[in-house]
Design a protein around this ligand. Sequence first.
Ligand SMILES: Cc1cc2nc3c(=O)[nH]c(=O)nc-3n(C[C@H](O)[C@H](O)[C@H](O)COP(=O)(O)O)c2cc1C
Length: 209
Amino acid sequence: MAKVLYIQTSPRGQRSTSIQVADAFVDAYRAKHPADKMETLNLFTAALPSFDGLTINGKYNIMHGKAFTAGEKKAWDAVVRLIEHFKSFDKYVMAVPMWNFGIPYRLKHYLDLIIQPTYTFNVSDKGYEGLVKNKPVAVIYARGGSYAKGSPTEAYDLQTKYLELALGFIGFTDVRSILVDPTLGGSAEDVEKMVAERKRQAAKLAEAF
Ligand SMILES: Cc1cc2nc3c(=O)[nH]c(=O)nc-3n(C[C@H](O)[C@H](O)[C@H](O)COP(=O)(O)O)c2cc1C
């Protein structure tokens, strides 16, 4: 029985196209793997710990074997719990809208919490080593515009580039993705058709996940 973490990073609930398409993936996955355990984490409703000065002091003091305060330990422990929660899954599904050419700030916040040395990556004289290994991730990206390879807007796509760099950095090598775009271009009918097609693609992708 595998454990699957479904991370939603849009605050728009059922109006979110990334969530609608990721839901199609999750429904197909559940149908195929009814015994697997699926947990949904919406980063706009989850209480994420702050990554502030207190937490950073706690991190460095504890990691470097220095004296730390009870407040620093409490703050850093909350981050470690979040990382351990993230790492406790076998597979990941992510629904990610493009915001200002990048990712929504709550996803950046989450990544800043979980990307930590000795927990999700190591540094040695051989370079960086990601520690989240042998786990597949499916990412459903929604974007208002189009950023196709070879097009004049390709360079603006920092959403897929940044997220896939971050995932690769912590060890993911099996990243399967679906682009849901343009959600704001064309007629309502064109968008509806495109979303329906992406739902079919997502369901197909889920069958071999
Ligand atoms: C704050 C914000 C910023 C956005 N920035 C961009 C952008 O830079 N480029 C783009 O193509 N679409 C942009 N959009 C449009 C969204 O990417 C698009 O509506 C997408 O479908 C949202 O995903 P969702 O429906 O899952 O929330 C933005 C939307 C919001 C709310």
